[in-house]
Design a protein around this ligand. Structure first.
Ligand SMILES: [Zn+2]
Ligand SMILES: [Zn+2]
Length: 336
């Protein structure tokens, strides 16, 4: 079948006329579906698989796969983080920015993302950082700054965490500026009912660029040392609190640390080009992207205008897991 015939079939399908061609439907439709698979998303999935393969091969060779995965859960599902999520959930019931039922559709859907995060995303994140470090270590060893080996830990470790936050800001900036990355990041922004659980509403493939970029300062600054797991957990806790359904601005501290009110402005329906900070606001302030909220400001709507990603608030309720599968498949479709 020629390209023009396939195009004609697509047009007929859009017009709802494909029924007339019923005998030939399965094979032709299959070809059309493949033509609709988004190439850039497939490439990102392939890059992610490559990094994961490098990590698993490396760790299996060293006999450390189980230990590293367990350490990853220790950092990213630490009791401190679980306690923070529970405490924030209680605060949301007492002082909500937007009052809504506990079982609001957005909360139920984001709880599914929390389960996905615990089962799939935490091991993925752990292997991504190991794989990125392994690839950078074997192909770009010249990046390592050996002089910092003599610097005291109280100086070099905070410096590395600040540099990692800058890398995370850059990855977030790229998520908004580059269409192939926005396809994956849009799911996070599609939430119309923000809560602390929205921190876990992210496509697993959204993390690839962030972990590659955040590994670079670690390889440069502390090639022979490690950041204490508790510091990573504290960093993740601050990053998790920002989605809370609270009006908290953190007062003067909010000029430096991202608060729920500050991050809510980034989730506005019509403008996501401000407040890209992950934990620190300084990168936004330096570039001129910072908009600091005040408690007197009204609570704005969140989500994406036009609902380009299927959302739970749209139409009659759908089974949460079916919708989750639909949302995860969305970046791979070309018809948006
Ligand atoms: Zn964003
Ligand atoms: Zn967010």
């Amino acid at each position: 079948m020629s390209a023009s015939q396939v195009e004609q079939l697509e047009q007929l399908e859009q017009l709802g006329q494909l029924e007339q061609l019923a005998p030939a439907r399965p094979q032709r439709l299959q070809r059309i579906e493949w033509r609709r698979l988004c190439l850039s998303s497939v490439v990102l999935a392939a890059i992610t698989a490559l990094i994961l393969w490098a990590a698993v091969a490396d760790l299996l060779q060293q006999g450390r796969l189980a230990a590293v995965l367990s350490a990853g859960w220790g950092e990213l599902a630490a009791p401190l983080l679980i306690a923070l999520v529970v405490a924030t959930g209680i605060c949301e019931r007492i002082w909500p920015a937007e009052p809504r039922p506990v079982l609001a559709r957005g909360h139920v859907q984001d709880a599914c993302y929390l389960a996905l995060h615990a089962a799939v995303v935490i091991p993925l994140m752990t292997l991504l950082s190991v794989g990125a470090a392994s690839l950078i270590g074997s192909h770009a060893r010249w990046l390592e700054l050996r002089a910092t080996a003599h610097w005291p830990a109280w100086l070099i470790i905070p410096l590395t965490i600040v540099a990692m936050d800058a890398a995370n800001w850059l990855a977030h900036f790229a998520d908004h500026k580059l269409e192939p990355l926005w396809r994956f990041h849009a799911l996070h922004h599609s939430q119309e009912e923000l809560s602390v659980l929205t921190s876990f509403r992210a496509h697993p493939l959204m993390h690839t660029t962030g972990f590659i970029l955040a590994t670079i300062p670690v390889v440069i600054l502390i090639p022979t040392r490690a950041i204490a797991p508790v510091l990573i957990t504290i960093y993740v806790c601050i990053g998790t609190l920002q989605h809370a359904n609270l009006r908290w601005t953190f007062g003067p501290v909010g000029r430096v640390i991202v608060s729920p009110a500050y991050h809510r402005l980034h989730h506005a329906t019509d403008n996501q080009a401000v407040n890209l900070g992950v934990v620190l606001t300084i990168w936004d302030a330096l570039i001129g992207y910072a908009r600091f909220p005040a408690r007197r400001h009204p609570v704005g709507r969140t989500g994406l205008d036009g609902r380009p990603v299927p959302v739970e608030q749209d139409g009659p309720p759908r089974p949460a897991l079916l919708l989750l599968a639909d949302q995860l498949a969305e970046p791979f479709r070309t018809h948006r």
